[in-house]
Design a protein around this ligand. Structure first.
Ligand code: ARG
Length: 418
């Protein structure tokens, strides 16, 4: 696996008498569902389990600890693969270029990580000669679709085991099973939420969020300060872009991964990036979910502002429609569909002029663009101004309007009843 860091541990625990019936690579997170899945897979399928943690920038995740734990529970091997930079370069940057937000709100952190995780699981499976890949997604969500469609695309012969879908146990029972089998879980027992995190954002559902008429309790938010308790003074940041890619903060050049981490911290401190929405899942269910995505919120706003300045009206308006399509392709698990690739090529072409800096103001939950500049700016002060430096020929407007309105006028003149 080029460019990825891999940590491995091999278990010493035995399998009893039965010879394992092959190898299965499990998408393992260290959380409840995938922890119990290790033992369940071993017991149910009698296979060697390769527990695989794909690190997409889950903050505070103790990867080594999870790797060790997987070995203790009985994984034949535990593997951790750091794909943060690949996630940023190949997934987050294309999404940023497309200002991708599902249904105009959700910046797609979870959705975009799934195809990359699938890609790495396939690589690990091939390395270990595995015939099966397992994931712990339920049968009600989008993630099962994203994993399985991606795996189908990348390794059509791979068999897939959906542990939670096959072994439908209520959360309480799952906790009991974990306890009875001495599995140490880092998550607080009874955590009412289902959480997924990576560099691009945090997704939270379940618990009292299941009633969309209620305000989400404060404990559902972890990355962002309550805007009411955020600092009383605004903070300004200047973000530099080159061809649509963020390259600096306040004039200091840094890799995009670091920019995202920094903006998650600074934005989070100012309560920026809380999203509360009812969304339409691919499987036909409406769900109420909250997201925290400070960096995504700031970067997409800043990027859009720079596009407003540097793209022509036609580029900008046409792009908006394709942005929505791109967001849907990502949400629907179709990252590896050739259309996604074609849309990315379109987005890339539009980014050639998107270079410059954008100033944003973070203040008590809001992020506001307060300045933008670019060497490729299409803003012409002479054309825009209402003062004496005006260079616009007002007289041309008369003929323009006559022709622009002509079809409307003709339609009214020729159709008597309208
Ligand atoms: N609804 C989001 C999506 O489909 C997030 C799913 C995962 N959320 C979670 N809380 N576990 O992309």
């Amino acid at each position: 696996m080029t460019g990825s860091m891999t940590v491995e541990s091999q278990s010493t625990s035995g399998y009893g008498e039965a010879k394992p019936a092959g190898t299965v690579v499990l998408a393992y997170s260290g959380g409840l569902d995938t922890t119990i899945a290790i033992k369940w897979l071993k017991d149910t399928y009698n296979m060697d389990v390769v527990a695989t943690i794909i690190d997409v920038g889950q903050p505070g995740k103790d990867v080594q600890n999870a790797v060790d734990k997987a070995g203790d529970i009985g994984a034949a091997r535990a593997v951790a693969v750091d794909v943060k930079d690949e996630f940023v370069e190949e997934y987050i940057i294309p999404m940023l270029k497309a200002n991708a937000k599902y249904e105009g709100k959700y910046p797609l952190a979870t959705a975009a990580a799934r195809p990359l995780i699938s890609k790495k699981l396939v690589e690990v499976a091939k390395e270990h000669g595995a015939t099966h890949i397992a994931h712990g997604c339920t049968g009600k969500g989008n993630d099962q679709v994203r994993f399985e469609v991606s795996i189908m695309a990348l390794a059509p012969d791979m068999d897939i085991i959906a542990t939670a879908r096959e072994w439908q146990v209520p959360r309480e029972v799952a906790y009991e099973y974990a306890e009875n089998h001495n599995m140490k879980l880092d998550i607080a027992k009874k955590s009412p939420y289902s959480i997924d995190e990576n560099l691009w954002g945090r997704s939270v559902e379940c618990g009292s969020l299941e009633d969309p008429s209620l305000e989400p309790p404060e404990d559902a938010y972890q990355w962002t300060t309550d805007p009411m308790k955020a600092p009383d003074n605004p903070q300004y940041l200047e973000i530099g872009f080159e061809e649509g890619v963020p390259v600096s903060v306040d004039g200091i050049p840094m890799p995009a991964t670091q920019i995202i981490e920094q903006l998650n911290n600074v934005g989070g401190r100012h309560g920026v990036g809380r999203i509360d929405m009812v969304e339409n899942r691919l499987v036909g269910i409406k769900s109420h979910e909250i997201y925290e995505a400070p960096a995504a919120e700031i970067l997409i706003q800043a990027h859009e502002a720079l596009e407003d300045l540097t793209l022509t009206r036609e580029q900008l308006h046409f792009k908006k429609g394709l942005e929505q399509k791109f967001a849907e392709m990502t949400y629907y698990g179709l990252w590896f569909d050739p259309l996604t690739d074609a849309l990315m090529a379109f987005m890339d072409k539009t980014q050639e002029t998107v270079t410059g800096t954008v100033k944003v103001k973070l203040y008590k939950g809001s992020c506001t663009v307060v300045g933008r500049s670019s060497p490729n700016s299409l803003y012409d002060k002479g054309l825009a101004t209402y003062d004496e430096d005006d260079t616009f020929n007002h007289q041309l407007a008369k003929g323009f309007i006559a022709l622009w309105g002509l079809p409307v006028k003709v339609s009214k003149l020729t159709r008597v009843n309208q």
